[in-house]
Design a protein around this ligand. Structure first.
Ligand code: MN
Ligand code: MN
Length: 470
């Protein structure tokens, strides 16, 4: 019979580790984690939309020696370069010492998050209230977007090209906006509906005013007053909404959460947590062996379509431009580079939530606080639509993480046949790149206030650094 101590030793040797990362760190590391996450929260507070993310990323990149690819005549090892795709997505690269023909190391995240967009003709008046009509963007639970403080972020572009940037509802002195809900006293019928129909898409109307234009009586006088305020503030007319992109996002600020401040609560952590951790890892990278490429994509939440989404060929053009400026380009080289490349698809992972335990399978769930979460595959119902990472590639990534002592866990997206989802992984895999999903676990994903663990955020930064350094 084996003695207990021996059995324990054997267990330690043979079983996978499932303890919380907080148990494994010292005081100094905890301080590093908290200070890194303080900067992360500051970043989130000025970067709520994809355009704001790109603006912040560009500023950080330029401060760290990156230049737009148009500014380079030729490129050489060590050069830092970026391409800004229409202020909504961005690709950055640090040219490696090795020949780029051997492939590149990509980390790709997305800057867009679920939200409410204004419709092209948003403004209307009803019963002495002025409203903006919205059309939700991405997968949301609609009831979560009522009765919370909301802000308006975005741009209005006039026919002459003048671009007006709008941020309303973030300063303490700014007004905020909200979407009303029915009082419980009168909600008997509403409460009988299915949760997904409790609040309907056409009910998501933002309340923006209630005072009539001075001296005007009758219909549309509140609408006129709102239009007059907007005209005074931005010089716009009602027609200018058609060439605007105005996004309704929660007016909450990113905050430390829990009595132990171990977590971050913030809007849009899907996928800004992976944007920030990969971007800061790239900014700290000097003279990598392999060319390091960071993608900050747009439109992931609605299928990656359009010329700022990952399905577009703009990214290929950026890599082709790098090949041109390294003066080595030739027919088919781009395809070869992709076939030799590796990628971490940096997107958030559904964290196990004990309150909704039955939606997960505990042995294959991602837990908050255990490090970065990897999904060998996503997809839905029999892995349909999944980009399934090859075992050889998974082993290679494990090796990197283990060498650098990065805490990581492997998970599936919920229990079998429950639902599913996807990321940009398959798009790069289609080009021949070896890809695996690798991101931070999130509680309440796609809700106005999402929760992450500070331990995991810092491990993501360490994981992405390790991938690019190796
Ligand atoms: Mn995502
Ligand atoms: Mn998402």
């Amino acid at each position: 019979m084996i003695k207990m101590t021996e059995a324990e030793n054997l267990k330690e040797k043979l079983f996978r580790k499932t303890k919380t990362g907080w148990e494994t760190i010292d005081k100094k590391t905890k301080e590093e984690i908290f200070s890194y996450c303080k900067n992360y929260m500051d970043f989130l507070n000025v970067s709520k939309t994809e355009r704001e993310i790109i603006k912040s990323a560009k500023k950080l990149a330029e401060k760290n020696g990156f230049k737009s690819i148009q500014e380079y005549q030729t490129l050489k090892a060590g050069d830092k370069v970026y391409y800004n795709n229409r202020d909504k997505s961005m690709y950055l690269a640090v040219i490696g010492q090795d020949s780029i023909e051997k492939g590149i190391n990509i980390i790709g995240s997305h800057a867009d998050s679920p939200r409410l967009d204004l419709k092209p003709n948003p403004l209307y008046e009803d019963s002495d209230f002025a409203y903006f009509k919205t059309h939700y963007y991405g997968g949301i639970k609609k009831y979560q977007w009522t009765t919370i403080p909301l802000a308006i972020h975005g741009v209005i572009v006039k026919p002459n090209g003048e671009k007006i940037e709008v941020v309303l509802g973030e300063e303490e002195t700014d007004p905020i906006f909200t979407i009303t809900d029915l009082l419980p006293h009168l909600a008997t019928e509403q409460m009988e509906r299915k949760l997904k129909e409790g609040i309907k898409g056409e009910d998501l109307n933002l309340l923006i005013g209630s005072i009539p234009y001075e001296g005007k009586k009758g219909p549309d006088s509140v609408k006129l007053n709102i239009m007059s305020i907007l005209n005074e503030k931005y010089g716009i007319t009602e027609m200018d909404f058609v060439s605007s992109e105005l996004e309704i996002v929660p007016a909450f600020r990113a905050r430390s959460m829990g009595l132990d401040s171990s977590m971050v609560a913030a809007y849009g952590q899907d996928d800004k947590v992976c944007v920030y951790t990969s971007l800061t890892a790239l900014l700290a990278l000097e003279n990598p062996k392999t060319t390091a490429v960071c993608i900050i994509s747009d439109k992931e939440e609605i299928g990656s379509m359009g010329n700022t989404g990952m399905e577009s060929h703009v990214f290929d053009t950026f890599i082709s431009e790098i090949l041109n400026k390294l003066e080595i380009n030739k027919p088919n080289l781009l395809d070869q580079v992709f076939c030799n490349s590796k990628m971490l698809s940096a997107d958030v992972d559904a964290a196990y939530d004990p309150i909704y335990a039955s939606s997960y399978e505990k042995n294959n769930a991602g837990f908050l606080g255990r490090g970065i979460g990897l999904n060998k595959y996503t997809g839905a119902r029999g892995k349909s639509g999944a980009s399934d990472a090859n075992a050889e590639f998974v082993a290679m990534i494990r090796n990197i993480f283990e060498k650098e002592n990065v805490a990581y866990e492997f998970a599936e997206l919920g229990r079998v046949d429950l639902g599913g989802g996807g990321t940009i992984a398959y798009i790069l895999a289609d080009k021949g790149v070896d890809v695996i999903d690798c991101g931070v676990p999130v509680l309440s994903m796609h809700a106005p206030y999402e929760v992450t663990s500070k331990f995991d955020i810092y491990e993501a930064y360490r994981a992405y650094s390790a991938f690019w350094k190796n």
